[in-house]
Design a protein around this ligand. Structure first.
Ligand code: FES
Length: 102
């Protein structure tokens, strides 16, 4: 059964229009702040494994810092090919804890 797991403190969250990567056990998670709405997705780009959480956010998309593949922050779909999709996870903030359901 999936559980919510703490990945960060609220103060560590990216500002609006930014992304950041956080460790969650063995995984890295890309958290993006889309105009105040938080999203969480796998941090590993499907192209060549670039770190999505080090990319920039533009118009609801997270852009891979290595070669520019763009992913919809809410669905995880790559803009050029919706069949290429990274996993997205529910995310919530409770008190000072940022938690994702993995
Ligand atoms: S590794 Fe992400 S676009 Fe190439």
């Amino acid at each position: 059964m999936a559980n919510f797991v703490k990945i960060a403190a609220k103060s560590e969250l990216p500002s609006s229009g930014e992304a950041r990567e956080f460790a969650c056990g063995d995984k890295m998670i890309c958290v993006a702040n889309i105009d105040g709405t938080l999203t969480a997705m796998d941090n590993v780009c499907l192209h060549r494994g670039g770190p999505l959480g080090q990319g920039v956010v533009d118009g609801g998309k997270v852009i891979c810092p290595w070669h520019g593949w763009e992913y919809d922050a809410k669905t995880g779909e790559a803009s050029h090919n919706p069949a290429a999709k990274v996993a997205v996870y529910p995310i919530k903030v409770e008190d000072d804890n940022v938690m994702v359901e993995i």
